[in-house]
Design a binder for this molecule. Structure first.
Ligand SMILES: C[S@@+](CC[C@H](N)C(=O)[O-])C[C@H]1O[C@@H](n2cnc3c(N)ncnc32)[C@H](O)[C@@H]1O
Length: 381
């Protein structure tokens, strides 16, 4: 019997979580701290048997996930040339109601797969099924769907995944304005979790740009839900949704983990400081962060111990290479001289510039920031 046919209370969901590549381990640990056992399988994070409450908790609380989908059904993928037939094997009227705006997407590592055509065939099969059973069909909205249907195809099998939140959950919506190279909110949160920022007396971001690190640090310290500004409207159309349970999970109290933490953010560009401030206001974090305009190369020590998180300019889109190497070296030298006893995380996609620093990092996390291979390197100064 397929999962779809089981009653809500007995639901055991297989969850497939996505996050920026390389951050899967951080996400598994985050999910464990939320009481959900997860494992990494290739580039995905899998929960084999989740309750509905587990699913809601992850949707509401995961800071690292870009998407959390539910596996509906799997099929052998050998010889799959047209997804219409397998799509018709699922009773979609049991999965979501006809008012849901849907989007269908075929995902495969095979570059030869005619993805657009697959997307259309999946959508046609769902529309035909609804027309036949209900006499009407759901609308399609590629940009802001309520429900996203994904057909994930690999060499052995194809799996239908359902994202009842519709759009990816990585955008927090506080960042209406950004600089030239803003960090994804999920990446900033993952790096902070990896560096165990909640243990630090002070968190200092001397290259704050649009303020992603300080805002995420504040949300972690004060246990603010990362989904605070997002309405999960798609859930209303999901047939398995239990609104009472969802609201209960949303209102589960969580105490601040470090309400006393001092968070300091600065940037050399006054326009960026202004942007970071107004983003922090939208995030309702402005009272917890001190902003200033400052050259990181002369930043004075700002506490007896703490964590510095520095997302340095990385050249491709900003400075030229030689000047960058000098900036990295001068900044690192200044940190060593001024911030003895602190932890320093340098984050950059310019690995040459990071390598030019000399000393080996105590810990390194390798991941992709968009398409760019990126390192976060932690130094104990
Ligand atoms: C890669 S961006 C940081 C992006 C930021 N993490 C975000 O999410 O928006 C680098 C920032 O460093 C700033 N910057 C460059 N040189 C600086 C310096 N010497 N001191 C302080 N900030 C500097 C730039 O103005 C830019 O905002």
């Amino acid at each position: 019997m397929s999962t779809i046919l089981r009653k809500k209370a007995e639901l055991k969901l297989k969850l497939v979580g996505a996050c920026p590549s390389g951050l899967e381990d951080v996400m598994c640990k985050e999910w464990k701290s939320l009481g959900v056992h997860a494992r990494q399988e290739r580039r995905a994070v899998i929960v084999d048997s989740a309750t509905l409450a587990d699913y809601y908790r992850l949707v509401v609380w995961s800071r690292v996930a870009t998407r959390i989908a539910i596996e509906l059904q799997t099929f052998p993928s050998r010889g799959l040339e047209d997804p219409y037939k397998i799509t018709r094997q699922i009773d979609w009227t049991e999965v979501f109601d006809v008012k849901a705006a849907i989007s269908c997407e075929a995902l495969s590592a095979n570059p030869k797969l005619p993805r657009q055509w697959f997307n259309l065939r999946i959508k046609d099969a769902i529309a035909d099924h609804f027309n036949q059973v209900k006499g009407s069909r759901p609308d399609v909205d590629r940009h802001q769907p309520d429900i996203e249907i994904i057909l994930h195809i690999d060499q052995e099998r194809a799996a239908f995944l359902l994202d009842p939140c519709g759009a990816p959950i990585h955008r927090r919506l506080y960042r209406q304005e950004a600089g030239i190279a803003p960090l994804r909110e999920t990446v900033a949160a993952a790096i902070l979790l990896w560096a165990e920022c909640w243990k630090a007396k002070t968190v200092f971001d001397p290259f704050c740009g649009s303020g992603t690190f300080p805002i995420e640090a504040s949300w972690i310290a004060h246990q603010v839900q990362p989904s605070l500004l997002i309405a999960h409207l798609g859930l209303e159309h999901w047939r398995w949704h239990d609104d009472r349970l969802y609201r209960k999970v949303c209102s589960e109290p969580r105490d601040a983990v470090n309400a006393e933490q001092v968070i300091i953010a600065s940037d050399i560009d006054p326009a960026m400081v202004r942007i970071a401030k107004s983003n922090s206001e939208r995030a309702k974090a402005e009272k917890t962060i001190s902003f200033s305009e400052q050259n990181a190369l002369v930043a004075p020590r700002c506490g007896d111990s703490g964590l510095i998180v520095a997302n340095l300019p990385y050249g491709e889109r900003m400075e030229q290479d030689r000047a960058l190497h000098t900036l990295y070296r001068d900044f690192y030298k200044h940190m060593v001289q001024e911030f003895d006893g602190w932890d320093l995380v340098l984050l950059s996609s310019n690995l040459d510039a990071l390598n030019s620093l000399g000393p080996k990092a105590d810990r390194t996390l390798k991941f992709r920031n968009g398409t760019l291979p990126t390192d976060a390197r932690l130094y104990r100064l």
